[in-house]
Design a protein around this ligand. Sequence first.
Ligand code: PLP
Length: 401
Amino acid sequence: MGNSISRRTLLKRGALLAGGFSIAGGLLEKAQGSPIIASPAHTGAAGSSLAHSFPEVWSERNIPMDPLVPMKARLSANENPFGPSDKAKKAIMDALPTSYQYPFMSLGDLVQKISDFEKVKKENILLASGSSPLLMAAGIYYGKSGSNIITGDPSYPDLPSRAEKVGAKWVKVPLTADYKLDLDAMEKAIDANTGLVYICNPNNPTATVLDKDRLKSFCERVSKRVTIFIDEAYIDYLDDPQGTTMIPLVNAGANIIVARTFSKLYGFAGLRIGYVVTQPETIQKLTMYTEATWSISATTLHAAIASYQDREFLDAALKKTIASKNYLYEVLKKEGYSYVPSCANFVIFPIKMEGRRFVEEMMKRGVSIRNWQFNNQDWCRVSIGRMDEMEAFAAAFREIS
Ligand SMILES: Cc1ncc(COP(=O)(O)O)c(C=O)c1O
């Protein structure tokens, strides 16, 4: 539908959306992809309005949006628009007739698959509906006694901000000059009151990755003093995820929690499944604060089992992501912008406009991105989308750059 969408249809949709807000209230704030307006399922791009697709931007960040602007590119949530795989979709359809049953067996099947591939025991794995519930549980458990949580700055805020809500102190350690987590400074920041060190690798929003050996020795040494949470949400975008993950340290008994998600390269952000690999006693602690396993739907479980380590799909999605990313690099270079070389499915670059205005101007042109501010500089974080989305980004960006 895109630009050809009629004004009447859009007005009708706008009215429906407004109605949805009055009825659904706060629920809609969380409902990214809410079914209030029907839109084609495969991408959420054509046929849906910006306001429909980004209620969180509208409501939480208070950015005025014109519900009549058709959405051209959704580049604000680091999703994989090339997923989920056909195998995953088929598995969902096949699982529907029996989805009146609790999926006891399928939970075991997925845990077994992960256990075989990662060479860890089944009792080291805790599944949940995405990695977020596990990040939240860790934030609550390790923050609740008023301890401090150490993170990079900037880094993914969900765990420490949840910890803050239960009384923790969030200690933010600036990144190094090359926008990586500063492991030395993070280690120095640890004190007797530290509850958890949060390492996001690759880091969101900078898409930088730590040297594997340095991170390994950091974890071996520091985990003797304090629990380390390593968030590997974007590890599947690296050349050698198996050589980079800290999961083997769990086998060696280290006091670490490694989080993984199907939301990124697997394309499951809306299906919701993730897990942690950690010590069984840590699993006990986390399950006090989350539904974890019991919040996963049978259909999603079957999809995850069908597509776990499906190299054909993952490699194809990676290839398309890299092509879109290289295109973006060229656009930025041509417009005279620098960027931080990315090891994930998003790129951050310094902008020459106030961040919030930049988001608004892009939004007016049907492109959603995120802004950040650090090092006294405004930044744009753009997720890597399909080529047509990157072209829409380029066209909008050229107009305002
Ligand atoms: C670093 C990081 N960790 C965790 C998550 C949460 O992902 P999910 O709950 O979809 O698994 C995200 C989402 O963007 C992320 O960027």
